[in-house]
Structures are given as structure tokens and as C-alpha cells.
Design a binder for this molecule. Structure first.
Ligand code: HSE
Length: 440
């Protein structure tokens, strides 16, 4: 059978990896897919760079619409990124009856509902394994491997840049700004790292996993998003003394009244496997009622790891290309008419435990006052750490750090308690609050 023809939009890092791996492993991929898979057309604004990657024998154009208009192209790979032109091109490819493979988490987290509806109506596939955790086949695992389960929660380190920064902060005792500059110098962090360090990239990925795990529409606008920019080396050190590491987690959880969907720094017990995922690596823990806890680990970015996911999608699409659209795996794992309207909960309704650091005057009765406010609001204390004032502020210091770990409480209650504690005259600086996940 003649090879399936693929058009590639955007040939940067991931596009080049996709082209090279497809070439290198073409025979094995053909044996798996049942027919060859060939990139026959590439569009990139930098035509010369594209030509340098693909050599002769592949059509290279500067205008992506020429690829979409080519009737010989069966699958379009979108690797442009962002919500702008990428969205227009994906929608045009779908209307032209092409299957789409994309790594664009931002696009799907924000416009997924519209895109999947258009694809279903046109009978084409939109595949997106590469959009979450790069080379880790987490979409396949959630959508197919775990389909027996009532999924209860997912927690993942799904942004390599921030995990690299946090690992460096812990290893070297450095503050965020210093490590960020070093990460940029080494090429681990983008020149504009906003989406990574503010947690937006992780929230895009968590949003997509949430939809697939619970059969709800993609709802990025309801995700709680907090990045790592305010974390200090001091809290990483105290957390370590208490037996925890701080990780930026993407969490989605089934709660009694809805779905939690949140990204924020979290204390994780140091003995959990997830706490030991270091550097730019990614890992996702999924807990299902039947299977229990499962862990997926690997590279979440990079040329060939991400290409691995893009090509797995190409193989899937090639196998299913001629199948009746109703017998394909649904985009979001659940049949489109069986999606649930379970609400995504506001952050005030989320239940979790907390690390609090208070800079307090080192005088009689302070600890009693603080614990009194917690007790009055029904918050139970799990552990307390107080350093001698001299150790924190140097000889003769009159203030010290009081660190409290709490048991579970509602975030809304904790907000109220923090306002009360902050108003105490003996609390001398803004209180640091970091959420804590036991991941049991
Ligand atoms: N910028 C992402 C990360 C990779 O640092 O993990 C692509 O999603």
C-alpha cells in the first residue's frame, strides 16, 4: 500500500526530531502501522532552515495553507504552537478533511471543545499525545490503558523547566532569580519563561489530563494557576528539614462536589517517588480505583522525546484512518454525548493541607496565639518547627521563623485564618503559605 502522506507545519526542534526519527525508524514504523508514513511536505516561515533539515525530495513551502490545500496530504502535523495562527490552521485542516496531530497544549486546553467538536463532525482525528509530558505516553495510558477505572486523582510534574529550577534551588541553596538566570544561560529556560515559571504551561497540561480522566470538557479558564516565582530557598530548606521536597504539581482530583484542577508549588513527602523526580524530567502519578497508584516517568520535552509522541500519534491515525469514525477512540476518552457536567471547583472549595511560615516576635505567648487561631477555626496541626532566633536572624535577633504543617482543611478556611494571623502584631512579615500533598 502506498505510504500515508503527512504535511508538517513548523519544523523547529520537535519538527526536526519527528522528521529524523521517522526516517531512521521507517521500516519498523511501517511494520507497526501497516503502511509507510512519509512527510512529503513541510511549511515553515524559514524555508532555508526547513530545506536544510529535510534535504531534497520533500516539498518545502513558506505558506502553511499550501499544505492544507494539497489533496494528497492525509495528516497535518501542527507544531507552530500558540493560540493564534495555529488555531486557524488546525480548524482549516479539519474542514479540509485532514487528520491533525498536534503538540499544542495551549490550543487544546483553551479551544479543545471547539476543535474536538469540529473534528468529530468532519469525521477526522485530532491526536495530541505530545501535548502532555512530551515523550511520556500519558494520554494513551489515561484514555485507553486505564479505561476500566474510576480515576480518583492525578498529580504530575509536568513542566521540566520549573522542575530543573526547583532541583537546582534545593541542591545549591540558591534563590529563584539566580537559578532562573542560570537556566536561561544553559538553554533550559526560554528567553521569555513566563508560561513555564508562572505555571501556565503545567496548567494547560493538567487541564487536558483532567478532561480525559473525568470525562469533562477542557476548561483551562477554571484552573487555579500559581507558579514558582515567589518560592525562596529558605522554604525549600525548612521543607527538607521536615521531610518534604517542594515540587510544582499539576493536580486534578475527584472531590465530593466536583473536580479540583490546580497548579501550584506543593510540599511532597521526600520518600514519594514523585519527590525524587529531578532536573528537567517529568512524571505523572495516576490513581484509579481498580489499578491503585501508577507512575509514568520520562522526558517531558526535547526534540526526539517529543517526536516519539508525535509519531505514535501518526501510527495510530494511520491504523485508524479507514475505520468508521464512530469506532475510533473518542478524543477525550469518553463518548462526546457522555461527557459529565461535574463542575470544576473554585480554589476556596479545595481541601488540602498546608505549610505555613510566620516570621514572629520571639516573645512569650506567640505560639499559643497562633495555634489558638488555628484551633478556633478547626484546623488541626500536624507538625511545628521553630528555630532559635539567633540561628535565623544572627546573634541578638528578636524574631524567628515559626513553621507549621497542618492537616487537611478547606482553602477558604485557610484564607480566613491567614488574614487573622497576619493581623496579629507579633506576626512581623507576610506569611508564606505553600500547599502540601501527601499523595497517599
Ligand atoms: N516548556 C515545557 C517544559 C516543555 O519546560 O516542560 C513543553 O511543554
Amino acid at each position: 500500500m502506498k505510504p500515508i502522506q503527512v504535511g508538517l507545519l513548523g519544523i523547529g526542534t520537535v519538527g526536526s526530531g519527528t522528521f529524523n526519527v521517522l526516517q531512521r525508524n521507517q521500516e519498523e514504523i511501517r511494520r507497526r502501522a501497516g503502511r509507510g508514513i512519509q512527510i512529503t511536505m513541510v511549511a515553515d516561515l524559514d524555508v532555508a532552515r526547513a530545506r536544510a533539515v529535510v534535504g531534497e525530495g520533500v516539498t518545502v513551502v513558506g505558506d502553511a495553507r499550501e499544505v492544507i490545500a494539497n489533496p494528497d496530504i492525509d495528516i497535518v502535523i501542527e507544531l507552530i504552537g500558540g493560540y493564534g495562527i495555529a488555531k486557524a490552521l488546525v480548524m482549516e485542516a479539519i474542514s479540509a478533511g485532514k487528520h491533525v496531530v498536534t503538540a499544542n497544549k495551549a490550543l487544546l486546553a483553551v479551544h479543545g471543545t471547539e476543535i474536538f467538536a469540529a473534528a468529530s463532525a468532519r469525521g477526522v482525528i485530532v491526536a495530541f499525545e505530545a501535548a502532555v509530558a512530551g515523550g511520556i505516553p500519558i494520554i494513551k495510558a489515561l484514555r485507553e490503558g486505564l479505561s476500566a477505572n474510576h480515576i480518583e486523582w492525578i498529580a504530575g510534574i509536568i513542566n521540566g523547566t520549573t522542575n530543573f529550577i526547583l532541583s537546582e534551588m534545593r541542591d545549591k541553596g540558591l534563590d529563584f532569580e539566580v537559578v532562573l538566570k542560570e537556566a536561561q544561560r544553559l538553554g533550559y529556560a526560554e528567553a521569555d519563561p513566563t508560561f513555564d515559571i508562572e505555571g501556565v504551561d503545567a496548567a494547560h497540561k493538567a487541564t487536558i489530563m483532567s478532561a480525559i480522566a473525568f470525562g469533562i470538557p477542557v476548561q483551562f479558564h477554571k484552573a487555579y494557576v500559581e507558579g514558582i516565582t515567589r518560592l525562596s530557598a529558605t522554604d525549600i530548606r525548612y521543607a527538607e528539614q521536615l521531610g518534604y521536597r517542594i515540587k510544582l504539581l499539576g493536580i486534578t482530583k475527584r472531590a465530593p462536589r466536583g473536580i479540583e484542577l490546580r497548579v501550584h508549588p506543593s510540599l511532597v513527602p521526600a520518600k514519594r517517588l514523585l519527590a525524587n523526580v529531578e532536573g528537567a524530567m517529568n512524571a505523572v502519578v495516576v490513581h484509579g480505583d481498580a489499578v491503585g497508584t501508577t507512575l509514568y516517568y520520562g522526558k517531558g520535552a526535547g526534540s526526539e522525546p517529543t517526536a516519539s509522541a508525535v509519531i505514535a500519534d501518526l501510527v495510530d491515525v494511520t491504523r485508524l484512518h479507514t475505520a468508521d469514525p464512530h469506532h475510533r477512540v473518542p478524543h477525550l476518552a469518553f463518548q462526546p454525548d457522555a461527557l459529565s457536567d461535574l463542575p470544576v471547583l473554585p480554589m476556596s472549595e479545595v481541601v488540602t493541607s498546608y505549610y505555613l511560615r510566620l516570621r514572629v516576635a520571639d516573645e512569650a505567648g506567640v505560639l499559643a496565639k497562633v495555634t489558638g487561631v488555628l484551633a478556633l477555626n478547626g484546623i488541626s496541626i500536624d507538625a511545628v518547627l521553630q528555630r532559635e532566633a539567633d540561628e535565623v536572624g544572627g546573634e541578638g535577633a528578636t524574631s524567628t521563623d515559626l513553621i507549621i504543617l497542618t492537616h487537611d482543611t478547606r482553602e477558604g478556611t485557610m484564607d480566613k485564618v491567614l488574614a487573622e494571623l497576619q493581623a496579629l502584631p507579633t506576626v512581623l512579615s507576610p506569611i508564606v503559605r505553600i500547599r502540601k500533598e501527601e499523595l497517599r
